[in-house]
Design a protein around this ligand. Sequence first.
Ligand SMILES: [Zn+2]
Length: 393
Amino acid sequence: MKYFTRRLKALHHIPDFNHHPKCANMQIIQLGFADDLLLFCMGDIGSIKLLYNCFLEFSKASGLEINKKKSSIFFGGVSHDMQEDILEFLGIQKGEFPVRYMGVPLISNRVSLVQCQSLIDKLVGRITSWTAKLLSYVGRLQLIKSVLFSIQTYWSQIFMLPKKITKLIEAICRSFLWTRDNNISKKALLAWEKVCQPRSAGGFNVMDIGLWNKAAISKQFCNICKEKNKLWIQWVHCYYIKNKHIWEVQLNQASWIMRKIVKAKENFEAAGYNYEDLRQMHDFSIKHIDHKLRGDFSKVSWRKLVCNNAGCPRWIFMLTLVANGRLYTKDRLLKWGIETDQRCLVCTQANESIQHLFFECQYAAELWKRMLKWQGISRNIYGWSEELKWVEN
Ligand SMILES: [Zn+2]
């Protein structure tokens, strides 16, 4: 490859060779990643011939040949006739944007709903597998967390996902959590905003994908401010920021994604940072900015019960639901218009409610009495609100 790079460098001195207009200042002709090679030049037949000859020389010297079936040529602002000439000369197929690279679409415009379809399909695929259907609440919660995490590592750091997509992802996750189904349903024991809140605020600490996406794009802005040795950042500075101050720059002519990245300055301002703070930030963490953007939550008084609890995750999940006053007890089902026999199935002496099931029911009361005795605690048992207050102290 060194030989090829040297041959390409020689092109800079040939007057008939024209660089790609957005690569000329930095004299970029080639980019390589693993065994992929991208070559750039002006869309005229003269430059193409010179570039192709360089490649043929390299090919002859190294024995590495181009696989024309797996290669494509992409045009931007090249006349139809010229395109025909170039395609005929190279014998390579014409490629159309967006093209998928490493699993994500390569685009500079707003990512469309259609382009996000594969993301949605993948998401639905993972939560509709037969094994997922057998999971408990907490198993489904864990799966959702892992699916959302994989979305953020792959998509969120590259694109601003359209609001419609983040809402759809949320709706799919919400429906799966509460109904075990991939059909969108409004049925939920806890609002999704609550589910996304930290445990100390009574939620389940699930990623708010829209907010996380904002924080992840902010990372690119931070990189532009700090990491000036990276090629893409030098390119951005060369063609967009120029010598202006990044905090002041207005990009009206740039591509959609560049405008979004530069606009991420507002996220830092919202999180209380200025340019100097950003420059001095040693390690940028998306998590940190995400927390700042989330703002403060009022902590629930019973947080000690659910935070750092080494108990079985299923118990903690149920405990969180009960402490929030949300369980599918019969009194709740009746409020939703589902008519069932209201009596408690354990004692059949009273109607089923959270209060009855956990404290008033004679079996529960007996259980409490024995548990307290076993633990050597001497006190009477009251109800949820009193007991939660007791736990607080
Ligand atoms: Zn009962």
